[in-house]
Design a binder for this molecule. Structure first.
Ligand SMILES: C[S@@+](CC[C@H](N)C(=O)[O-])C[C@H]1O[C@@H](n2cnc3c(N)ncnc32)[C@H](O)[C@@H]1O
Length: 492
């Protein structure tokens, strides 16, 4: 840990006494200054904290990144002794005062997460090779995408600050967290202790420290950045060439999961000229026997990608690093890099379902429940043949919208195209034919699909053999609509 157990208790006491929590800070600063802080504009917050009481000083040091007089910092951290805070790197000497040595973030209204101060806050200072990542966009993407059933065992691979493990601790009886970096594990241990959680912390390369063990839920925000395979910063670089870390985690998943267990991780994958990226990613799951759902959230061109990740470590001005990275992309015909979420489930089925889909811009967080529902729908579908699908009753999802394109002709409007769109959640949209549209429109949960079809057939004078054909054809279409949650089976 960064502090002794007594030091962690003292730090928790100091933070609690001051009400250094998301709500405590918001109450103190008010909505305008709080909004400005979220945009990294600290002027209003600094005005509101000039009296330098406990909370004001903690806000100035850990939120506004100010250097404050030692006496004020000592008073704010008491009962944690300033010497222990300095020795543990919680604060550091700067000029004639003290400033934040770590990113000590109030997280939610009950937690604090310890990480390193980001590169942007210390311009010119090289980032530690074992830099411990704070809570950024990728971290939050995984938090929001994680399914959260109550489980016995959960694993966080590459725990860093420990923030994923902290969430797992709310719904797993036992949490194991690993990291290759001893430094990161010290941060994670401190985060756990500060928040009164107890995890098994193991050091080692990816799944090596848990070889032979299985878990009900596994999450990982690994060092997913793709490139030549060189490692300068462990939070970003896996040391694997290209996007191999994503494939490696997929291959490891069957051996890590208990029956019915779920694994979710963030990944990047390359889009290679002349190759279908989705086929490439689908190939990661061949032979795993796992259900897999991969959602591509973003796609970046190589220049923007390299620039982003060099800026992240404060090396945006290094033309040699940039050139070497871009040369590697050129040599491997990488025209873009995709970012997304991989969700895998050990369903114990002979024919696992693998879907790799591009859902850029469309996904509305939080995704975790949506992903859990998707896997549950796969189970429901797998248990039914066409007869079973026709015998079921369905209800159209809330918030569906029909979009229609039509051309004016001699007889009035002629409909060219009808698209059914979900306005919430995953925001699917589907071009749909009139029969299926009528079925969705009539799906109010009362009639079995077969009876709905018969009613439609009667209304349109359809012969019985045509009706049988329509029923046969409706099966896969309805299965597809169920998979996407556009119609929901009624089970009561
Ligand atoms: C992107 S950070 C994620 C940190 C944290 N879990 C989160 O979600 O913010 C990746 C973490 O993986 C760790 N890591 C890097 N290479 C690893 C490896 N080969 N085996 C295990 N952990 C590794 C890094 O030290 C870092 O803490």
């Amino acid at each position: 840990m960064l502090l002794s157990p007594a030091g962690v208790d003292a730090l928790r006491t100091a933070l609690t006494l001051a009400r250094f929590t998301a709500n405590g800070i918001a109450d103190r600063l008010g909505p305008q200054a709080t909004g400005a802080v979220a945009r990294n504009d600290y002027r209003a917050a600094l005005r509101a904290t000039e009296d330098r009481d406990r909370l004001a000083t903690l806000i100035r040091v850990f939120i506004c990144d100010q250097t404050e007089p030692e006496a004020a910092v000592a008073a704010a951290l008491a009962p944690l002794a300033v010497d222990e805070a300095l020795a543990g790197g919680i604060v550091e000497r700067h000029g004639d005062g003290l400033r934040a040595g770590v990113d000590l973030e109030p997280y939610g209204d009950e937690w604090w997460v310890l990480a390193d101060v980001p590169a942007s806050a210390r311009p010119g200072r090289p980032l530690h090779a074992e830099h411990v990542l704070g809570i950024g966009g990728a971290t939050q993407t995984l938090i929001s995408a994680t399914v959260r059933p109550t489980v016995d065992t959960a694993l966080d691979l590459g725990t860093g600050s420990g923030v994923q493990a902290l969430h797992l601790g709310t719904h797993a009886r036992r949490v194991t967290a690993t990291d290759v970096s001893e430094r990161a594990l010290r941060f994670a241990a401190t985060t756990a202790a500060l928040n009164g959680q107890d995890w098994e912390l193991l050091r080692g390369d990816m799944v090596a420290p848990v070889a032979g063990r299985r878990f009900d839920l596994v999450v990982s925000n690994p060092p997913f950045v793709v490139g030549p395979g060189t490692t300068t910063h462990v939070y970003r670089d896996s040391g694997r060439v290209g996007d191999a870390i994503g494939a490696e985690l997929a291959a490891a998943a069957p051996g890590l999961l208990t029956e019915g267990g779920t694994m979710q991780y963030l990944a990047n994958w390359v889009h290679v000229t002349g190759e279908d990226w989705a086929e490439r990613v689908t190939g990661w799951f061949a032979g795993t026997g796992l259900d897999a759902w991969v959602i591509q959230r973003e796609v970046a061109d190589p220049m923007a990608y390299v620039n982003l990740w060099l800026t992240d470590v404060g090396e945006s001005a290094d033309p040699q690093r940039m050139a070497a990275w871009l040369d590697w992309f050129d040599a491997h015909k990488v025209e873009a890099i995709g970012f997304g979420i991989v969700s895998l489930r050990r369903s114990g089925q002979d024919q696992p379902v693998v879907r790799v889909e591009d859902l850029r811009q469309r996904v509305e967080p939080p995704l975790g429940d949506r992903i859990g529902e998707w896997f549950a729908r796969q189970d429901w579908l797998r248990a039914r043949d066409t007869e079973g699908l026709l015998a079921a009753r369905y209800r159209a999802a809330d918030g569906l919208q029909l979009r229609q394109e039509a051309t004016m002709g001699d007889d009035g409007w002629a409909v060219d195209r009808q698209v059914l769109a979900m306005l919430r959640g995953l925001r699917w949209s589907e071009e749909i034919d009139p029969l299926v549209l009528a079925l969705v429109g009539g799906a109010d949960g009362r009639l079995a699909l077969r009876d709905q079809l018969a009613l439609l057939a009667a209304a349109h004078d359809v012969a019985p053999d045509e009706l049988a054909e329509a029923a046969e054809a409706a099966g896969p279409i309805v299965a597809h609509l169920v998979e996407r949650g556009i119609v929901e089976p009624v089970t009561d």
